[in-house]
Design a protein around this ligand. Structure first.
Ligand SMILES: *[C@@H]1O[C@H](CO)[C@@H](O)[C@H](O)[C@H]1NC(C)=O
Ligand SMILES: *[C@@H]1O[C@H](CO)[C@@H](O)[C@H](O)[C@H]1NC(C)=O
Ligand SMILES: *[C@@H]1O[C@H](CO)[C@@H](O)[C@H](O)[C@H]1NC(C)=O
Ligand SMILES: *[C@@H]1O[C@H](CO)[C@@H](O)[C@H](O)[C@H]1NC(C)=O
Ligand SMILES: *[C@@H]1O[C@H](CO)[C@@H](O)[C@H](O)[C@H]1NC(C)=O
Length: 372
């Protein structure tokens, strides 16, 4: 029994909650669910306190940078779970966050295997160093049926195969994958399997990625249902370069977020076919002085806000667009008021009180439609 609970909580359980520590769990009043935060930065493990902590829908474990390697000798990560699967099934756990620890791959994957019997839907791993090499999953081994997996600053000893290996421990229904501050996104694509349900991929906050890196990260044909790609602050330089990477990856994208990159113009680069479903493009906070050439011919939403456009774009420079945001560009300061083009293009200006609300609502609508 102890061994099994230990297995479940392993990477997490390093615990000794001193009597002075505040209650780890509280009732979340809005959602009527229980949230537990367990700080395991103290040296002595306390299994029972860890188990208490896992008895909630929302659980966060903080490892204080500890190494879990010593646990390898104590635990059989391939043990038959037998009757304990029922205990795991009865856990209310829905969302789990694990922060700040050094975790052997075997323990991470052993935990995913155990969580395969739980109802876990969202897993966040942050500031983890994953050490050692991986085992192949046992035949019966499928991990949790996640909706959302978020990784931030997770390093892997298996530099270019980590995604392929991690993927083998997840059931195939994953819809949202975020990987920020990645140490390697240069995947060996042969090994990566198809993500059959993935709708949103967020590779924001990878300033070293660049367009070359994007090509190796977006393994061709592995994301057949991808609708939303976020690349905020991801070292992108030109819209045409991003377009080529998307063309190579063959993703049926609907929304692309390139905000917070330093984009430059690419006059004279060969034209490129954008994904035919693409209807929303975010180019805000990209330092653009002109509307880049070679944008999709038609878009529902184009966000060009907070750039350096010093004159109003001419209609022929713009795609045919349902909602255009130009808020926060210098040319607006020299103009008295916003105007609507007779083509029906709406110009939102910093001066118009409705504009922020309008684009916010659009973002919400779009998000709602695309993320569900
Ligand atoms: C975790 O607990 C330690 C003391 O045991 C404390 O110093 C630290 O600030 C706590 N960390 C977090 C993130 O709460
Ligand atoms: C471990 O945690 C449990 C539950 O919080 C507590 O009752 C017990 O006293 C702790 N054990 C030790 C050795 O501190
Ligand atoms: C990233 O995680 C490592 C631990 O794996 C930590 O030492 C480092 O401070 C983290 N970096 C940032 C920027 O949080
Ligand atoms: C990515 O990996 C390939 C081999 O798999 C290698 O040739 C290439 O240099 C790597 N690129 C980067 C940026 O590390
Ligand atoms: C575009 O990106 C910016 C910054 O990331 C964000 O504030 C804005 O809401 C986005 N626009 C749309 C239409 O989603």
């Amino acid at each position: 029994m102890k061994l099994m609970l230990g297995l479940l909580l392993l990477p997490l359980t390093l615990v000794h909650a001193s009597p002075a520590t505040p209650e780890p769990c509280e009732l979340d009043q809005d959602e009527e669910s229980v949230r537990c935060y367990c700080n395991f930065s103290d040296p002595q493990p306390n299994w029972s306190s860890a188990f208490l902590c896992a008895g909630a829908e929302d659980v966060e474990f903080y490892g204080g940078g500890r190494s879990l390697e010593y646990l390898l000798k104590r635990v059989d990560t391939e043990a038959n779970l037998g009757q304990y699967t029922d205990i795991i099934r009865s856990l209310p756990l829905k969302r789990l966050t694990v922060r700040s620890a050094r975790v052997p791959t075997q323990i991470l994957f052993g935990t995913l295997r155990v969580l395969g019997y739980s109802g876990l839907r969202e897993l966040t791993l942050e500031n983890l160093e994953v050490t050692g090499t991986a085992l192949s999953p046992l035949l019966d081994a499928t991990g949790p049926d996640l909706n959302t997996l978020s990784l931030r600053n997770v390093s892997w000893a298996t530099t270019d195969t980590w995604l392929a290996e991690l993927q083998q421990w997840l059931k195939p229904g994953l819809k949202v994958l975020s990987i920020a501050q990645a140490h390697s996104l240069n995947f060996s694509c042969k090994q990566v399997g198809v993500f059959p349900a993935l709708a949103t991929l967020d590779l924001s906050d990878n300033p070293e990625l660049g367009e070359k890196g994007l090509i190796s990260a977006l393994c061709p044909h592995k994301f057949p249902t991808l609708q939303v790609l976020a690349l905020r602050n991801a070292g992108m330089e030109t819209t045409s370069g991003v377009c080529s990477a998307l063309a190579a990856a063959r993703v049926p994208l609907q929304a692309l977020d390139l905000s917070h990159n330093s984009l430059r113009d690419t006059a004279g680069t060969p034209s490129c076919d954008w994904p035919s479903q693409l209807n929303s493009l975010n180019l805000s906070f990209t330092g653009l002085e002109h509307v880049p050439k070679g944008l999709p011919a038609k878009l529902s939403v184009l966000d060009l806000s907070y750039n350096r456009l010093d004159r109003k774009p001419r209609p022929e420079e713009l795609p045919e667009v349902g909602s255009l945001s130009l808020t926060g560009n210098p040319f607006l300061h020299s103009e008295s008021q916003s105007e609507a083009y007779n083509s029906g293009v709406v110009i939102a200006t910093a001066l118009s009180p409705g504009s922020a609300g309008l684009s916010g609502t659009l973002a919400l609508l779009l998000g709602h439609r695309l993320f569900v």
